[in-house]
Design a protein around this ligand. Structure first.
Ligand SMILES: Nc1ncnc2c1ncn2[C@@H]1O[C@H](COP(=O)(O)OP(=O)(O)OP(=O)(O)O)[C@@H](O)[C@H]1O
Ligand SMILES: [Mg+2]
Length: 266
């Protein structure tokens, strides 16, 4: 990888409420233009790591550097530093409802443009472009609270894409999507990568990781890095995948379904 290092975390550690461990001694480097998958079992710390990288959860130990500047609570307390950082790093939450708070989807998309201080013409252009890209034109005047989770997900992605951040962090982007929509989103993430965006994708969807990412960081259930390497090598390591609880041992994959049961179709 030859691009500049955009984000770098060194020996990051976090415990919620000083009690619940979420990250322990995690180091990573994210280079311009690369796509990194964060893999790991439920509760291993993927979402926490994304929130740390997005400057939303301060680490109790270790250091985070973004675009050559330290990221800390003190640094982000400065308005100009905060605005600069937030315009360059965007996080799409695991729970899309958590980032949709306006009366309509369109207002949620406009909100990000307002944060950037964009004028009305540029805002209109970006909202229309994101709505078109995500196929949410029909949803613009709807209340986000009344959308299906899959629709909310597309709206939440739109609310981040309008800001056009250089680094895009996606938390379980294909979860709750039907297979056709998940496929379409995989294609969208690939095209973002091909267009030069830098991506970090936390996911249980190994097909997504294979299709979009160059490299994987696997978090173990002890919240420490269990492995890191090129995506094809990580995904070919069955022992690692089983140990990190990324695939179920084949014998227990479909428990309780004896082959004698048949499915009736209309
Ligand atoms: N707000 C919180 N307060 C207390 N503990 C938390 C909080 N958020 C997460 N945790 C704990 O931190 C650990 C890591 O959680 P995290 O959500 O980062 O895992 P994850 O890898 O994203 O899991 P999943 O695959 O289920 O999304 C878990 O043990 C979780 O219970
Ligand atoms: Mg998570």
């Amino acid at each position: 990888m030859s691009g500049d290092v955009l984000l770098s975390g060194e020996r990051l550690g976090h415990r919620y409420l000083d009690r619940f461990p979420a990250l322990d001694d995690v180091s990573l480097e994210l280079r311009e233009g690369e796509a990194l998958a964060l893999l790991g079992a439920n509760g291993s710390g993927k979402s926490t790591l994304l929130k740390v990288l997005a400057g939303l959860v301060p680490c109790q130990s270790g250091t985070l550097t973004a675009f050559g500047e330290p990221v800390s609570e003190e640094a982000l307390a400065d308005h100009a530093t905060n605005a600069r950082f937030r315009s360059r790093v965007g996080l799409v939450f695991q729970n899309p409802a958590a980032q949709l708070f306006s009366a309509t989807v369109e207002e949620d998309l406009r909100f990000g443009c307002r944060q950037l201080g964009l004028d009305a013409a540029e805002t209109g252009r970006r909202v229309a472009e994101a709505a078109d890209l995500l196929g949410i034109g029909e949803l613009l005047d709807r209340s986000p609270a009344h959308l299906s989770v899959g629709q909310q997900k597309r709206a939440a992605i739109g609310s981040v894409l309008v800001m056009s951040p250089q680094v895009l962090l996606f938390d379980e982007p294909t979860a709750s999507l039907d297979p056709r929509t998940a496929d379409w989103l995989t294609g969208l993430l690939r095209s973002l990568r091909d267009a030069g965006r830098t991506l970090v994708i936390a996911t249980h969807d190994l097909d997504l990781a294979a299709a979009v990412t160059d490299r994987c960081l696997v978090l173990g259930e002890d919240h420490r890095p269990a492995a890191t390497g090129p995506t094809p090598a990580v995904l070919a390591d069955q022992d690692l995948l089983t140990e990190a609880n990324l695939v179920a041992p084949s014998a227990s994959r479909h428990p309780g379904h004896p082959p004698s049961i048949t499915v009736e179709r209309r």
